[in-house]
Structure formats: structure tokens, C-alpha cells
Design a binder for this molecule. Structure first.
Ligand code: R5P
Length: 312
């Protein structure tokens, strides 16, 4: 079946790189707004009988990117696409996966339901905030991980005095994966979130004195978690030249200033989200296009992806 790749406005560079890696080009479409701000989507080539992949990380502005994805899918379905896959390297609303205080919406579940309602047959995601989110999706989910890619990049430049640090309890599983891949011990930080932009590191569990921390997380949003972790590690006697590894670099609010004020040696992230142009940070970006293109080409011909999935 013909494989056709579209991209919304969230990350044209990644969508284009995926299409190129697959030996083609991006499908043409227009995204416009009516005067009252309503979105209008029109596909400008035939998708009839095709296997369609729509690349759209649902990062900020999250609602706009979610709606574009749903509208593009609706347009493709109505135009006769036979199969549609959402390629969502970063899934917004993932952190709204439970009710912390009651009387709250569970945004992740609602958006998962909207994907199904729009007619998607499958979802490709990368390093979801938690594996439990897999259960939110009624449609087949290919949950890929960038941990091996990122570990590969960092492997040559870390010494035996390194220590993998989970900056909160939610990152412990991820830290275990990096610990296995890099053969380093683990420390864990007991973090309490005070608000969307403020956290407190209450304690460091593990012997960090004299060691070089490699802080691992699924995402850097405002940078509050990394800032609190870094300060707690310094207080615990860890070396200052720390590394941060995160799949998703949201870098919202004053994250850039916050991270720049720390003693970080390197921040290793992927391009699951479009990064702001020039960032005054020691940031290194690993491209996801080859991995996502490989997943798409296997799905297109019905081949297994099991060796690409390393969450368990
Ligand atoms: C939390 O559970 C996540 O894994 C991240 O630690 C968190 O969302 C990062 O947000 P921020 O950078 O705003 O602290």
C-alpha cells in the first residue's frame, strides 16, 4: 500500500526528515484559519487507498497541535485513506493521567479517545510520560523509546565515576534503563511538586559524593525539576559538571535561563519537539527521524517492531 506522510505545523522539519528518510516527500496540505479562528484543513493530494502517517508532536501550543492532528486525520479519512497512523513523538497532556485532587479532568484519556474518534488506526509514540498511559489507548500503540539512542551518544564521554540520577520517583524506571545500558549505579531524588513551575527536592537517596551525575528524565518543561535536582546533588557533594538526558525538550517558561544558571556540562535531548532557534545552553540534539522512519516502513509492510520497543 502507498505510504503517504503528512505533517502539521508542530514540527515540519522532523516530518520532512521522516518523509525524506522514507525516500519520498511530505504530502501537501493547507492549514488556514477562518476570521473567527476556526481551523480549516485541506489535503492537496490523493490519499485514496493509501497508508497515511501524520507527524505531529502535540507540544505547545498543545490544543492547537492536537486539533490540527485530528483535523488532518478527518480530512484523510474522508478522502479515502485506508489506514491512518498518528506519529506523535511527544504526547501532550500525558502528565494529566490521573486525578490528583478530584474534580479534575483526565486530559490524557480524553485526548486518547479523540485520536480514536478521528479515525486513527494506530499511534506511534516515543517515551510516553508513563507506560501506564498505554492502557488509555483503545487503538494499537507502538511505544518506541529513545533511551538506547541517547545512551549510545553519551556512552563514550562518561567515566566510571558517573552516577545515573532519577530526579523524582516517576523517573526511577527510566533511570534503571539507563543504568543497565551504561553500567552505572543509581541515585534517586525525593521531589515534591509545589506548582506547575516549582518543585522541592527533599532528599537524595544514594551515594553521590564525588560522583558525576547524569540526571535522566522523560522531559524538561520549566526546568524546575532539573534545577532542584542539580542543587540537591551539589549539596550532597556531587561533582558540578553534570549531564542531563531527556527525550523531550519543552523548555517553556524561563527554562532556558534556569538551566543556563546551573553548572551543566551537557544537555542531551531529542528533536521530538521543535527547539527554539539558538539556545544559549550546552545542548546536543539527537534526531528521531531515522528511528521513526524505520518504524513507519515496517508498519507499512506489516513487519514486527518488537526489537524497537524497550520499555519493559
Ligand atoms: C514529571 O513527572 C516529569 O517526569 C518531569 O520531571 C517534569 O514534568 C519536568 O517538568 P519541569 O521541567 O517543569 O520541572
Amino acid at each position: 500500500m502507498d505510504c503517504i506522510v503528512f505533517g502539521g505545523s508542530a514540527h515540519p522539519a522532523l516530518a520532512g526528515a521522516i518523509a525524506e528518510a522514507l525516500g519520498g516527500r511530505l504530502g501537501r496540505l493547507t492549514l488556514t484559519r477562518f476570521p473567527d479562528t476556526e481551523l480549516h484543513v485541506e489535503i492537496q493530494e490523493t490519499v485514496r487507498g493509501g497508508d497515511v502517517y501524520i507527524v505531529q508532536p502535540t507540544g505547545p501550543p498543545v490544543d492547537q497541535h492536537v486539533m490540527e492532528l485530528l483535523f488532518i486525520a478527518d480530512a484523510c479519512r474522508r478522502a479515502g485513506a485506508v489506514r491512518m497512523t498518528a506519529v506523535v513523538p511527544y504526547f501532550g497532556y500525558a502528565r494529566q493521567d490521573r486525578r490528583a485532587n478530584g474534580r479534575e479532568a483526565i486530559g490524557a484519556r480524553l485526548v486518547a479517545d479523540l485520536f480514536a474518534a478521528a479515525g486513527f488506526d494506530c499511534l506511534i509514540a516515543v517515551d510516553l510520560h508513563s507506560s501506564a498511559l498505554e492502557g488509555f489507548f483503545g487503538l494499537p500503540l507502538e511505544h518506541l523509546s529513545a533511551t538506547a539512542l541517547l545512551a549510545n551518544v553519551i556512552e563514550g564521554v562518561i567515566g566510571r565515576d558517573g552516577i545515573i540520577v532519577a530526579p523524582d520517583l516517576g523517573a526511577v524506571k527510566l533511570a534503571e534503563r539507563y543504568s543497565d545500558l551504561l553500567h552505572l549505579p543509581i541515585a534517586i531524588i525525593h521531589k515534591t511538586r509545589l506548582s506547575g513551575e516549582a518543585v522541592r527536592a527533599r532528599a537524595v537517596v544514594g551515594e553521590v559524593r564525588g560522583r558525576v551525575p547524569i540526571i535522566v528524565d522523560d522531559m524538561i518543561s520549566t526546568g524546575a525539576t532539573i534545577e532542584a535536582a542539580s542543587r540537591a546533588l551539589l549539596d550532597g557533594g556531587a561533582a558540578a559538571d553534570m549531564t542531563v538526558i531527556a527525550t523531550h525538550a519543552l523548555l517553556v517558561g524561563n527554562a532556558i535561563e534556569r538551566l543556563a544558571a546551573l553548572t551543566l556540562k551537557k544537555i542531551l535531548v531529542t528533536d521530538s519537539l521543535a527547539l527554539p532557534g539558538r539556545v544559549a545552553l550546552p545542548i546536543q540534539v539527537v534526531g528521531l527521524a531515522p528511528m521513526l522512519a524505520e518504524a513507519i516502513s515496517r508498519l507499512n509492510v506489516g513487519e514486527s517492531l518488537s526489537d524497537m520497543i524497550s520499555h519493559r
